[in-house]
Design a protein around this ligand. Structure first.
Ligand code: PDD
Length: 279
């Protein structure tokens, strides 16, 4: 397995980051995940634009322009022979003696990239539908930044795992913010697709944006507004989106069946449309 670290393609075993890396000590960094299908990157320009924005929001210089990133990603995907899976990119503020404030002397950002071969298209969970629990959203107030500080999401996903379900939807003030690693959607009566509007309370999902565009083309009505948990329970259909799940049907939330307890027809259609557009 070949990974990328600071300008070099290396065997995974040889890639080492110093313990003083601010990513390790402070989670002072950001990341991105793009899907690969048929050996090609999915929605990659939008992922690279969000990577640039996340870096800007925390004052780390972007070490590459979009074309430079894509060259590195493409080479890494080819070197690993990945046909279907993910490419992970991470940039931290770099290595310095431990001090909370940014190092005065400046640092070289630490850049890490690796691929994961994974079944994205023929995912059995997409056939059966996912079960979800709701948990309290314990995160900070800048969730629009794709920060590597993911402890609240780690704990949320662990609660889901212990409950034997696939995802946790996080709730704040009685409304769903998003999934622990995905964007939450419901479909109500009259083909109304509902998802939370973008704000600092959630990550601006790249898959979310693509799915909203496809939903519009498929004549669904779209409402971007808060989704109270009670409305989730009463939804006709529900699903979540991410670079790794694409469009994932939800069939049960907190033990309550959604619709007839099987993946909804409009959800399945949106998944097909998304995969078609990605190819
Ligand atoms: N997670 N919300 C959160 C909190 C996320 O972590 C993610 C993605 C999303 C969906 O965003 P996108 O459609 O751009 O992937 C929403 C990635 C896949 C991860 O952490 O692995």
């Amino acid at each position: 397995r070949i990974v990328y670290l600071n300008g070099q393609f290396l065997p995974y075993e040889e890639a080492r980051v110093p313990i003083m890396d601010r990513g390790f000590l402070f989670a002072d960094g950001i990341y991105e995940v793009s899907a690969i299908i048929d050996g090609k990157l999915v929605d990659n320009a939008a992922h690279l634009a969000r990577l640039d924005r996340s870096l800007g929001e925390i004052g780390i210089r972007n070490p590459h322009d979009a074309a430079g990133w894509e060259r590195l990603q493409t080479e890494l995907v080819a070197r690993n022979g990945v046909v279907e899976g993910l490419v992970y990119m991470q940039v931290t503020r770099g290595v310095a003696e431990r001090d909370f404030a940014f190092p005065k002397a400046g640092t070289e950002p630490t850049v890490v990239m690796f691929t994961q071969a994974k079944t994205v298209l023929a995912n059995p969970l997409a056939e059966s539908g996912a079960r979800v629990i709701t948990v309290e959203d314990l995160r900070w107030k800048r969730r629009d930044i794709k920060s590597v500080a993911l402890l609240a999401q780690v704990l949320a996903k662990q609660q889901a795992a212990e409950a034997g379900v696939a995802e946790a939807w996080m709730v704040e003030d009685g409304a769903v913010t998003e999934g622990s690693s995905s964007t939450a959607f419901i479909i109500g009566r009259d083909r109304v697709l509902v998802t939370r509007p973008l704000s600092t309370a959630l990550l601006p999902g790249i898959t979310r944006a693509s799915v909203l565009r496809l939903a519009q083309e498929a004549d669904l009505r779209i409402e971007e507004r808060l989704i109270p948990v009670e409305e989730v329970y009463a939804a006709q259909e529900a699903f979540y989106t991410s670079a790794s799940a694409f469009v994932m049907p939800v069939v049960e939330i907190d033990g309550r069946a959604i619709g007839d307890g099987r993946p909804g027809a409009l959800t399945r259609r949106l998944r097909e449309l998304y995969i078609e557009a990605a190819r």
